[in-house]
Design a protein around this ligand. Structure first.
Ligand SMILES: *Cc1c(COP(=O)(O)O)cnc(C)c1O
Length: 352
């Protein structure tokens, strides 16, 4: 099996070794030390202050999205949501479920998020913005600097789902004035699915989370933050994935996050030029290094996905909804090698 998906992704040998061990007990100092080290390393990698608050939630990335929307926003907020695909739509859905007043910047497929879109909302009052910096369903990477400047000018909290951008693209939480960041275990961290992390700067936590009435039990961010002070979680966490994460974060810091971003970028650039060589199209909106969207104007995208899967056990990422027959997404995260892409190009050429 070969995964060119964006989560789960090809895992590293070191992670498979960690996974192959007995899961230890967790209400003890040894495990608290693991969690505190994870917290510290995440702050360094996200480039945020040591005073930021971290919640480690057992649940996929959507659980962290729900925790943030439900714990930090309420009826008194007015939120601007960027919806450029299925993950943006998820934030909209959460606002609807939790009755958070909101406006939506809705992008059509292929439309590039620009200053003009924001200008249309400039006259309104907002308390926060919700955005998936890399909208994984299309591959568009939004201009964080532009969004951050808009939020700063309008004194809005900036809440960023960086789940599919973290470790692939430049991300400096404090410098870019991001108040809250959401990431998860099974994208570029290349771990098992099941953990998601919320990082909040101290003022976001104080103003938006700390004194809010409780809306839910399992996703209660206050309980998570309070427990994390001693390296614990309110309920049983995915203990095994915590160990995978500690090992991976140590490795990433040893290797250097810049080197990882550079390698991923090099893989993406090389693949993109080859894709053009075989006559396929890549959309012209800004892209993350995480994945390459490949556009099939003849409408045979899903057919090709099935052909690769059924004949070669190769998984590229298919698309949903209206893009099903038009767009395949080829991932560049996880344990990938140049020769995998040479092989994929050869097989795509064969089927075309
Ligand atoms: C993967 C992903 C999520 C989380 O989806 P889950 O199915 O809950 O893992 C959220 N946002 C983005 C941008 C993603 O790529």
């Amino acid at each position: 099996m070969r995964l060119f998906t964006v989560g789960p992704v090809e895992m590293f040998e070191r992670t498979l070794e960690v996974r192959n061990k007995q899961i230890p007990y967790f209400r003890c100092q040894e495990f608290s030390d693991v969690m505190l080290e994870i917290e510290e390393r995440l702050k360094i990698l996200l480039k945020t202050d040591i005073d930021s608050k971290c919640a480690i939630i057992t649940g996929s990335g959507s659980a962290a999205m729900e925790a943030v929307v439900s714990n930090s926003l309420d009826e008194s907020d007015h939120v601007l949501v960027i919806d450029g695909g299925s993950f943006g739509a998820r934030f909209v859905q959460l606002c609807e479920i939790y009755k958070i007043p909101h406006d939506v910047v809705k992008l059509k497929y292929g439309e590039i998020l620009s200053e003009e879109h924001l200008k249309a909302y400039e006259a309104n009052e907002y308390t926060a913005m919700l955005v998936n910096v890399h909208e994984t369903s299309t591959g568009q990477l939004y201009d964080l600097k532009m969004l951050s400047e808009f939020c700063e000018k309008k004194k809005m909290k900036l809440i960023v789902d960086a789940i599919s951008s973290f470790l692939s693209d430049e991300y400096k939480m404090d410098e870019m004035k991001i108040d809250c960041t959401i990431i998860s275990s099974h994208k570029a961290l290349a771990l098992a699915p099941g953990l998601s992390m919320v990082m909040m700067n101290a003022s976001f936590y104080e103003e938006k989370v700390k004194n809010k009435p409780v809306k839910n039990l399992y996703l209660n961010l206050n309980e998570h933050v309070k427990n994390m002070e001693r390296g614990q979680t309110p309920n049983t966490p995915a203990v095994g994935i915590c160990y995978e994460m500690l090992d991976m974060l140590r490795h990433i810091q040893e290797k250097g996050i810049q080197n990882i971003i550079r390698e991923t970028s090099a893989r993406a650039t090389k693949f993109r030029s080859k894709i053009k060589e075989i006559g396929l199209e890549i959309p012209n909106y800004p892209l993350s290094n995480t994945l390459t969207p490949v556009y099939f104007k003849d409408g045979n995208a899903f057919e090709i996905y099935e052909y690769l899967k059924n004949n070669y056990d190769i998984y590229v990422t298919p698309s949903g909804g209206a893009l099903k027959d038009k767009l395949l997404r080829v991932g560049h995260i996880g344990h990938m090698k140049d020769e995998y892409y040479d092989d994929l190009i050869m097989k795509m050429r064969e089927v075309l």
